[in-house]
Design a protein. Structure first.
Length: 275
């Protein structure tokens, strides 16, 4: 096989369906290379696919198997030779109706605290089994597969179910990938028309290290708030649009930021840049 001649670490399989299943299953059974990650995009996971994964002993060294927006129609689950894999990630691609958050009241100055309390109210803590059973957006066949996998002690703690999640109010929009038990990953937050008293402290919270992108629009930003933003670990993108920045005190660079852009609220000033 050609794939066995390549130095590959990741294998991504897309659009596996009933018509081409035989060819993909042949690859899965006969791949001899040791890879780190196997990802299925928009695939139909049948008995033959699960059996092919179970049959290849090289897959016992995988770090993770990921299924993105895939449909399961199988009576089988993974066998014990795959129990050494660190993670089995299942991303359900349905889109929730957007949740509407309450307005941020004047006395609620810590935006991070407001976000966390709102998210906990929207997503109460359940066992993963209850979360799956009560989620009407997950297809029944997928539910059956997940629940059977969770019933096996050797797989239970390695299963992660993830979904798209969005919520907003008048001056705050929050997007992320939500994992059961209150884990919010790859968070993107948009602020609009913030006053100069707000602050955002994420240290030792579920937001720490998970916020990747922040956009601020039509706001007056003082150095204290900007310092809070720049203290966020893992922040990769910061956009400040149609806003004023007032630097009263020294601030420090966040080296995790890969992209920054700024535009002044006075469009006639042409004061804008990106890096």
């Amino acid at each position: 096989m050609f794939l066995n001649t390549l130095d590959i670490k990741y294998l991504h399989i897309k659009y596996l369906n009933r018509a081409n299943s035989k060819s993909f299953c042949f690859i899965l059974k006969n791949l001899k290379k040791k890879i780190d990650e196997l990802v299925f995009f928009w695939c139909y996971i049948s008995d033959d696919v699960i059996c092919s994964l179970n049959a290849n002993l090289n897959f016992k060294n995988l770090k993770k198997i990921v299924f993105i927006e895939s449909r399961f129609n199988t009576s089988f689950i993974f066998r014990e030779n795959l129990a050494n894999i660190n993670e089995f990630i299942f991303f359900e691609g349905y889109i929730y109706d957007r949740y509407t958050l309450d307005e941020i009241e004047e006395g609620y100055l810590n935006i991070a605290k407001f976000i966390i309390q709102s998210l906990k109210h929207i997503h109460p803590q359940h066992s993963i089994e209850k979360y799956i059973k009560e989620n009407e957006n997950i297809p029944k066949a997928n539910k059956d597969f997940y629940l059977k996998l969770l019933n096996e002690d050797k797989f239970r703690d390695k299963v992660k179910i993830t979904e798209n999640f969005e919520c907003k109010n008048k001056n705050l929009e929050f997007k992320c990938f939500y994992e059961y038990k209150g884990c919010f990953n790859n968070i993107s937050i948009t602020f609009e028309k913030l006053n100069d008293k707000r602050f955002i402290i994420t240290e030792n919270t579920i937001l720490e290290e998970n916020i990747k992108c922040i956009e601020i629009r039509s706001s007056a930003i003082k150095s204290g708030f900007l310092r809070d933003i720049l203290n966020i670990k893992g922040l990769e993108r910061l956009e400040i649009n149609n806003s004023d920045i007032f630097i009263e005190n020294e601030i420090f660079i966040n080296e995790s930021i890969k992209y920054f852009s700024f535009s002044h609220n006075n469009s006639g000033s042409f004061c804008s840049f990106s890096s």
